[in-house]
Design a protein around this ligand. Structure first.
Ligand code: FAD
Ligand code: NAG
Length: 441
């Protein structure tokens, strides 16, 4: 991996999820000095299935001593569907209504689906151990501050200063409250997902389900009225994973560890293809994850332009978009390029240009989470009979062929000019808004 000459820009990143880690790796590549503060005291292999589209694969491919080095490590723990593809079933009869073939793999833009914790560990180790990026674990960031000349955080009672602070602290972001000046309360989306990940040991004992584990990886979906159930086997069929999205108006907690009950899942599966129950029966424990909805934030950038929200903190995604982590990564790539092109003397303008480049694309990708869910949940089976491809998982070129780095290089100047003219217009018309972030330094 080639790194650019030093820019002298100091970046502090809060949160070592995929968003924060990618921002750090890309800042390192673009020549900035970067460090991360993360509240977790130690890295744990948490979560279950996570997806990265080829627009993320293009980013991963550039990492490593030679191109593809990190991507190869990710591939080793990711699902391999070159043979099996994706088989979509009608929920009650169980018939396969569409067999969606896996597109031929692109060497420089691979797709990865695997265990979030395992993939995360690979990226984390690369950032810390191979690139030498300082990652301060066990550091809960308590406060953010900024003025015209610098920004920073308060952690363990001490101030840490930087040119720019990146708030990549996830769906329950504290940085978001500070940037917005109010708490952005999540609303119920009307849906929740039960999710589970476990070894194949019981699955392979059962003659009905051993087919999913004996011949490599598999991916099947059952589509029903306002419900969909996705089941995959990964790492040569040795690990099993399912997610079931269903109506749920109750709680609106955003958590990864909320326990779920199998009896409730069985209730939803009444009248379904018995294969679904045969799969779910093998589950040792499951998580009940309430899907919340958030209105798009009016801005991701603080008053002085030195604190920027990134990833889930700025824009959480529904899992049906399969783009949440990927869009967090694109943010990191884009920001690092904008900071280099803007230079140390123009941080706020570069940060605003970053938002200018990202905002509409992110909105458009976010919407696909709703359209895919609604397409599945309101399936017109007569139409599927005529055109089976209509039920396939959409793979939009405008999402997947996108090269975030190239795009940032090409569009930065125009975005900068735009935010500068907006800034000039604002300065002559309305008085500046009250600062929403504590500025004491
Ligand atoms: C434990 C966990 C498990 C997950 N499991 C899945 C999964 O199975 N499937 C899936 O699709 N998505 C999962 N996600 C979400 C997924 O990682 C994100 O949607 C996506 O990768 C975007 O990442 P992000 O970096 O914006 O946010 P996140 O991945 O949420 O990372 C945010 C990070 O910020 C840290 N943080 C928060 N507040 C502070 C603070 N005040 N000071 C310091 N650090 C702070 C958090 O500990 C966390 O590591 C999970 C997230 C977490 C945190
Ligand atoms: C995959 O698993 C099967 C048994 O389920 C085994 O025969 C085969 O050797 C495995 N392949 C690899 C590459 O591990």
């Amino acid at each position: 991996m080639t790194t650019k000459p030093k820019t002298g820009i100091k970046v502090v990143i809060v949160g070592a999820g995929f968003g924060g880690l990618t921002a750090a790796i890309e800042c390192h590549r673009q020549g900035h000095d970067v460090e991360i503060y993360e509240s977790f005291p130690a890295l744990k292999v948490l979560g279950d299935i996570i997806s990265f589209g080829s627009n993320a694969g293009r980013i991963f491919h550039r990492w490593g001593k030679t191109p593809g080095e990190i991507a190869d490590r990710l591939r080793a723990v990711s699902i391999d569907l070159r043979e099996y593809g994706f088989r979509i079933h009608k929920y009650d009869t169980g018939e396969v209504v569409f067999h969606q073939k896996t597109p031929p793999p692109a060497e420089d833009a691979p797709v990865f689906n695997g265990h979030r914790g395992e993939l995360h560990q690979i990226v984390f180790d690369y950032a810390r151990d191979e690139l030498g990026i300082p990652i301060h674990l066990g550091h809960f960031v308590e406060e953010y501050f900024e003025d015209d000349n610098q920004a920073g955080i308060v952690v363990k009672g001490k101030k840490v200063y930087a040119d720019v602070v990146v708030g990549s602290d996830g769906v329950r972001s504290k940085a978001r409250t500070l940037v917005l000046g109010y708490e952005d309360k999540p609303k119920s989306s009307g849906y929740a997902v039960w999710r589970a990940w476990f070894s194949n040991k019981d699955m392979i004992q059962d003659p009905r389900t051993k087919q999913f584990c004996e011949n490599g990886d598999t991916f099947n979906g059952w589509i029903g009225p306002d419900v969909h159930f996705l089941f995959s086997t990964i790492k040569n069929g040795s690990d099993c994973c399912w997610v079931l999205t269903h109506r749920d108006e109750h709680d609106i907690k955003e958590s990864w560890s909320f326990p779920g009950k199998l009896e409730e899942v069985f209730k939803v599966l009444e009248g379904w293809d018995p294969m679904c129950r045969a799969i779910v029966e093998k589950t040792p424990s499951l998580v009940d994850w309430k899907l919340v909805y958030r209105d798009p934030l009016p801005t991701w950038t603080s008053t002085h332009g030195r604190i920027i929200l990134l990833g889930d903190a700025a824009h959480p995604f529904l899992p049906t978009s399969a783009q949440g982590a990927t869009q967090a990564m694109e943010d990191g790539v884009n920001l690092a390029v904008c900071l280099r092109k803007g230079g140390k003397a123009n941080i706020p303008a570069a940060v605003r240009a970053h938002q200018e480049i990202r905002y509409e694309r992110v909105r458009a990708v976010q919407k696909t989470g709703e359209t895919t869910r609604d397409m599945w949940h309101k399936t017109d089976w007569a139409k599927v009979k005529e055109d089976p491809t209509s039920i396939g998982f959409p793979r939009d070129d405008w999402i997947h062929t996108f090269d975030a780095e190239k795009n940032a290089e090409e569009t930065f100047d125009e975005a900068l000019a735009k935010v500068q003219s907006k800034g000039a217009a604002a300065a002559t018309s309305v008085p500046a808004a009250a600062p929403v972030v504590s500025t004491e330094a």
